[in-house]
Design a protein around this ligand. Structure first.
Ligand code: MN
Length: 424
């Protein structure tokens, strides 16, 4: 077991039982405080931990890396020091914050490195070079296939043989809190020529993203059983989707403008290390997958996922409760497949899971499925109904793992939808 994951650890920093950030989490992010430069931070309870302050005072000296990685505007350089060293940083933080240890007494420095979250502004944590989105939830793929094709053959013939995906757009991935402008685009009414205007069927997609922590060279492949060595951690991802634009444009090359106007991620990257205790058996894959996708220890991660819709001036209504454990294809299989042709990956690249739906209707990860193509409106607590997302609605996603009294969470991935811009 990783020492920092020990459920019996307690911090001298007070952490509420429902906090996403106990001493067992220690995720990484980037923030700004007032007019000061951006710094790399971790989190505990209601505080961010300024790693540049701890570095300045020598807390990481023996680990052996360039401390300037904590003074960057993204996590990329920190992640690039390698998983062995980033794990040592997390372990050191755990020692510093552990009630029972005084080897790393930091009490005199407390006011310099612990800053209330309410006083900082979280930034986009990554410089994402490339973004790929998969389609790896069997319940989601089955629902979509049932709605748009044939309930008898909902999954296309390739689906159980390879993790289907497409190359997405990284420039428009934004951090939680950034508004989402309703896209304009072409839509094709059933009876008549295509029209242009604001998307009428704006949807969220509940996803998790994983972040590459180690680069490969062109021609190199990542073996499925070593893939976790190449993954730094995970974020919540809302892969905003314009269903009416998507329906008209996607043939034959797949998603394009229906997806690339914006995606939203949570500001905290939770390390794969912190998620180890929450591993569960993977989806039983039949038929057997090809040898390069065969994972000797097929595991998923138990991560509770929630989506709420908050109309302007009203309280949020939770419209979906799903779980990352419903994934058919694992992250390791996705990365092994992505590189099996020699495609290189770089630190900071992001891979979306695809919409994560579960078997129950309440666990469907998009409005498309929750409202079943708009035929069954979703009731909100304020009495309003939604088939898709309206202007000024805020879509809020949460994700957390929980076991043995420890809750390791991802914080919030939230974005308000603003009206479409006028295009002449
Ligand atoms: Mn997606």
């Amino acid at each position: 077991m990783i020492r920092a994951n020990d459920p019996s650890l307690k911090s001298w920093v007070e952490v509420a039982p429902d906090s996403d950030f106990p001493i067992q989490n220690l995720p990484f992010g980037v923030c700004k405080m007032g007019n000061k430069r951006a710094v790399v931070v971790s989190a505990i309870g209601e505080y961010v931990i300024d790693l540049s302050v701890l570095a300045e005072h020598g807390f990481f000296d023996d680990i052996g890396f360039d401390m300037r990685v904590f003074e960057k505007e993204t996590l990329n350089d920190f992640i690039a020091i390698g998983k062995e060293k980033t794990a040592m940083v997390r372990d050191r933080l755990s020692l510093v914050l552990d009630t029972d240890l005084d080897d790393w007494d930091a009490s005199e420095l407390e006011k310099y490195f612990l800053i209330p979250m309410s006083e900082v502004h979280m930034l986009m944590p990554l410089d994402i070079g490339d973004y790929t989105d998969f389609y790896s939830s069997i319940d989601h793929a089955t629902n979509v296939g049932t709605m748009f094709r044939d309930p008898e053959n909902a999954l296309l013939p390739n689906w159980k043989h390879l993790p289907v995906g497409y190359h997405g757009r990284s420039s428009s991935i934004m951090v939680s809190g950034t508004p989402t402008i309703r896209p304009n685009g072409q839509q094709k009414p059933n009876d008549g020529p295509p029209v242009f205007g604001p998307c009428k069927l704006l949807d969220f997609e509940l996803e998790m993203g994983f972040v590459v922590g180690r680069e490969t060279q062109l021609g190199e492949t990542v073996p499925v059983d070593q893939a976790e060595d190449f993954i730094f951690g995970m974020v919540i991802l809302n892969d905003w989707s314009a269903r009416d634009i998507q329906k008209w444009e996607y043939i034959p090359l797949g998603p394009f403008l229906a997806k690339n106007f914006q995606s939203t991620i949570s500001p905290w990257v939770v390390t794969l290390d912190a998620l180890q205790p929450f591993k569960v058996d993977g989806y039983k894959q039949t038929p057997a997958v090809l040898p390069y996708l065969k994972q000797s220890d097929l595991k998923n991660i138990d991560i509770n996922l929630e989506v709420a819709i908050q109309p302007e001036g009203a309280a949020p209504t939770t419209v979906c409760r799903s779980n990352y454990k419903y994934m058919y294809w694992t992250m390791s299989q996705q990365l092994a497949h992505h590189t099996v042709n020699g495609c290189n990956v770089r630190v900071g690249d992001m891979y979306g899971s695809g919409t994560i739906s579960g078997p129950e209707k309440s666990s469907y990860g998009s409005m498309l499925e929750l409202s079943w193509k708009g035929t069954q409106p979703v009731l909100l607590d304020n009495g309003e109904e939604r088939k898709f997302i309206k202007d000024m609605d805020t879509v809020i996603m949460h994700a957390y793992s929980e076991k043995d009294g420890v809750r390791v969470g991802f914080g919030e991935c939230s974005s308000q939808v603003l009206p479409a811009r006028t295009v002449v």
